[in-house]
Design a binder for this molecule. Structure first.
Ligand SMILES: *[C@@H]1O[C@H](CO)[C@@H](O)[C@H](O)[C@H]1NC(C)=O
Ligand SMILES: *[C@@H]1O[C@H](CO)[C@@H](O)[C@H](O)[C@H]1NC(C)=O
Ligand SMILES: *[C@@H]1O[C@H](CO)[C@@H](O)[C@H](O)[C@H]1NC(C)=O
Ligand SMILES: *[C@@H]1O[C@H](CO)[C@@H](O)[C@H](O)[C@H]1NC(C)=O
Ligand SMILES: *[C@@H]1O[C@H](CO)[C@@H](O)[C@H](O)[C@H]1NC(C)=O
Ligand SMILES: *[C@@H]1O[C@H](CO)[C@@H](O)[C@H](O)[C@H]1NC(C)=O
Ligand SMILES: *[C@@H]1O[C@H](CO)[C@@H](O)[C@H](O)[C@H]1NC(C)=O
Ligand SMILES: *[C@@H]1O[C@H](CO)[C@@H](O)[C@H](O)[C@H]1NC(C)=O
Length: 599
């Protein structure tokens, strides 16, 4: 199912002029009066819309300031296409005279500080002033961390992955390298959604008969317009990546000394998609400052259908596009929404006349809360729901990602394996020998675009790919969580999208050298939470700091690479039913012989 898109700018210009409306308070007095006088059965007798009826009463002053129809799309154009005062020669970017510019030592917070700074997520954004049923909310309930993949990243609570360790290295260990895999920052909604989709709600209001009117907490809807674009970063998303760059420089800046020693530059990778490139550049601005030239090299790989790209692997995996995306998780999300949103639906339907809100409408209104907040700073939609509704929403996103992109998806492991091959290549200083997944020989075989043995790697990607990689790594015993049920939220579930793949999510693969251990060690820190590696075959099951010898870790990854069959997962002739009819907890498709026997 595809989402109906908001009208483009061009289409908007050709829409009939919006009818002038009353100021909201004047209109509501009238509405209340009219609704009180007229029984619902009389309303359809009026041939003109209620709004024009009201206009008959309206003083002329209101006619001069037209207000857009509620639910219509609002678009502002910036920058102006041909500004009249642009004289680039009068505004050179380099005028000299910079003053003294001595630099100091590189920071090394992970090595020098007794603890680490907690990242709390959402500066500049305003949470709802009050939630529905707030007297029953927990005082410390944080709505920002209950938005699944739409949460701004935050330091996960200590111990949440099951290890009582922090990201600073254990005693007598020091960090020798960092491989960072991060997600882009907060963005507008994507162009398609399998369930809900905010643009869909705007279209729904516009296509509803004009008699509808909302009141009570939903009153704002009478004047609401849809202001969200599509796909690109929001200003807040920009800041998230800048901040992530700053934070990584403060924690790991000392690793730049290796580049000075070897007289070389780091290579960071991102993709051509607008939000990916903007994310990477904002990260670099935070990490290096505005004079980027001469400080690093930014590789921009192509994100488009048919291009091998480990950071967007689905583009060459037809089965991931046709059989799983959207459809596999849909029955679970739908079933769960039908359960957890019943009360909210009844409540909201009592606050609106003229439209019967469906469960999917109400779900979409919930999505509008995070989407408006991260784009516009604040959203009235957030207040419409209770703490319990938000816990339900968070879980709906987990269902979606578990079945579409992680342990419950038949293609997740194959999609994640390309990055694993690159990780192994970097960890072992050996080039990838066979390109039979999403790896790209042009990039990976060239020491300039894919250098080995570096002390800092930074790769930018998407939420789905972060989860593909965590699945291929077989991290965290998540498999034991699944299959996730669609009729309740499991107590103690560990798979939370808001912990693993929020906006600007960051997975830090740390390499360490420890006095007490002969071999180099690796550990994985997800959003500041150290993850146990016991589920990775060959790694110690009980290491208190999540350490694993690099050699054991690499052996386990080689095994995964061996037994992952990209050709079968991505091009094989298998099919699985959407929903409950079939399951995996390892992110694999039905085995080849099973499929051949028609099981
Ligand atoms: C408010 O929350 C309490 C505790 O969770 C619950 O028992 C009650 O039904 C809720 N009321 C509404 C209107 O949601
Ligand atoms: C975690 O470790 C700290 C210090 O090492 C200790 O004070 C704390 O009680 C531990 N927490 C748990 C849950 O074990
Ligand atoms: C909203 O999406 C649903 C399916 O997801 C679709 O059936 C419906 O037509 C859409 N509504 C509008 C107004 O676009
Ligand atoms: C590999 O990546 C490069 C750069 O993004 C691209 O030009 C090339 O087409 C890719 N190769 C394949 C086979 O997709
Ligand atoms: C692109 O991926 C396909 C499938 O794994 C592979 O056969 C091909 O060699 C790859 N191309 C390059 C240039 O890496
Ligand atoms: C970076 O330099 C340090 C100090 O010389 C060294 O211990 C470490 O192994 C180097 N890292 C890499 C990836 O070479
Ligand atoms: C959830 O975790 C807590 C604390 O670890 C434990 O006491 C409880 O038994 C667990 N509940 C379930 C249903 O596993
Ligand atoms: C790539 O080829 C190797 C050797 O032929 C095989 O073991 C492995 O399963 C293949 N990997 C993928 C990801 O298809």
């Amino acid at each position: 199912m595809s989402l109906s898109k908001p009208p483009s700018d061009l289409e908007l210009q050709h829409l009939p002029s919006p009818s002038p409306r009353l100021s909201s308070s004047a209109r509501h007095v009238l509405l209340a009066y009219l609704l009180g006088c007229l029984s619902a059965s009389l309303v359809p007798l009026f041939s003109s819309p209620l709004t024009s009826l009201i206009l008959a009463f309206s003083p002329p002053i209101f006619q001069s300031s037209p207000v857009p129809r509620p639910g219509s799309t609002d678009v502002h154009h910036y920058p102006p296409p041909s500004p009249t005062n642009a004289y680039p020669t009068l505004f050179p970017s380099d005028v000299g005279y910079p003053g003294p510019t001595p630099t100091g030592a590189e920071p090394a917070l992970v090595a020098t500080a007794p603890a680490y700074p907690i990242h709390t997520g959402a500066p500049h954004l305003l949470p709802p002033q009050v939630l529905t049923n707030h007297s029953h909310s927990h005082p410390d309930f944080d709505i920002f961390s209950h938005w699944g993949n739409l949460s701004p990243w935050f330091s996960v609570p200590p111990f949440v992955f099951g290890i009582n360790s922090t990201l600073d290295p254990p005693n007598r260990c020091r960090i020798t390298a960092l491989h960072l895999l991060h997600r882009h920052g907060a963005r507008y909604p994507t162009g398609s959604a399998s369930y809900g989709g905010p643009a869909n709600f705007s279209a729904r209001l516009q296509s509803a008969p004009p008699f509808w009117a909302a009141h009570g907490p939903l009153d704002f809807l009478n004047d609401w317009t849809y202001k969200l674009g599509e796909e690109v970063l929001t200003p807040f998303g920009r800041q998230q990546l800048f901040d992530l760059g700053v934070s990584m420089r403060i924690k790991y800046g000392f690793l730049l000394r290796n580049f000075t020693a070897s007289n070389s530059l780091p290579v960071f990778r991102t993709e051509s998609q607008d939000r990916m490139l903007s994310s990477a550049l904002n990260f670099a601005l935070g990490f290096f400052g505005p004079k980027l030239e001469g400080q690093y090299q930014q590789l921009i790989t192509i994100e488009a259908q048919g291009f091998n790209n480990t950071l967007v692997p689905s583009k060459t995996c037809p089965n991931a596009q046709s059989k799983t995306r959207g459809e596999r998780a849909l029955p679970y999300v739908r079933e769960w929404a039908e359960l957890y949103l019943q009360d909210a639906r009844a409540r909201l339907n009592s606050q609106i006349e003229g439209i019967e809100l469906s469960i999917e409408d109400v779900y979409t209104m919930q999505q509008l809360c995070p989407y408006e907040t991260i784009a516009l700073g604040y959203s009235k939609f957030c207040e419409l729901f209770t703490e319990e509704d938000w816990r339900g929403f968070d879980y709906s996103v987990d269902l979606n990602f578990w079945y579409n992109s992680a342990f419950g998806s038949p293609t997740a492991r194959a999609l994640g394996v390309g990055y694993i091959q690159e990780l192994v290549s970097r960890l072992t200083n050996t080039r990838i020998s066979v390109h039979n997944s999403s790896t790209n020989a042009t990039i990976n075989d060239n020491p300039s675009t894919f250098p080995l043995g570096q002390s800092i790697y930074v790769d930018a990607t998407h939420d789905t790919v972060v989860l593909n990689v965590l699945t291929a790594l077989n991290l965290l015993n998540f498999a034991a969580d699944g299959p996730l049920p669609s009729d309740h939220i499991p107590v103690n579930r560990s798979f939370k999208t808001s912990h693993l793949a929020p906006f600007a999510s960051n997975v830090q693969f740390q390499l360490l050298s420890c006095e007490s251990r002969p071999e180099p060690q690796i550990r994985i820190v997800i959003n500041d939470g150290v993850t146990p590696l016991g589920s990775v075959y060959g790694c110690p099951s009980d290491d208190p700091h999540g350490l694993c010898p690099v050699s054991a870790f690499v052996a386990a990854q080689r095994e995964t690479i061996q037994k992952t069959d990209w050709a079968w997962a991505c091009h094989g002739d298998w099919d699985v039913p959407a929903g409950h009819g079939w399951n995996t907890t390892t992110g694999e498709p039905p085995a080849k012989n099973e499929a051949e026997w028609g099981l």
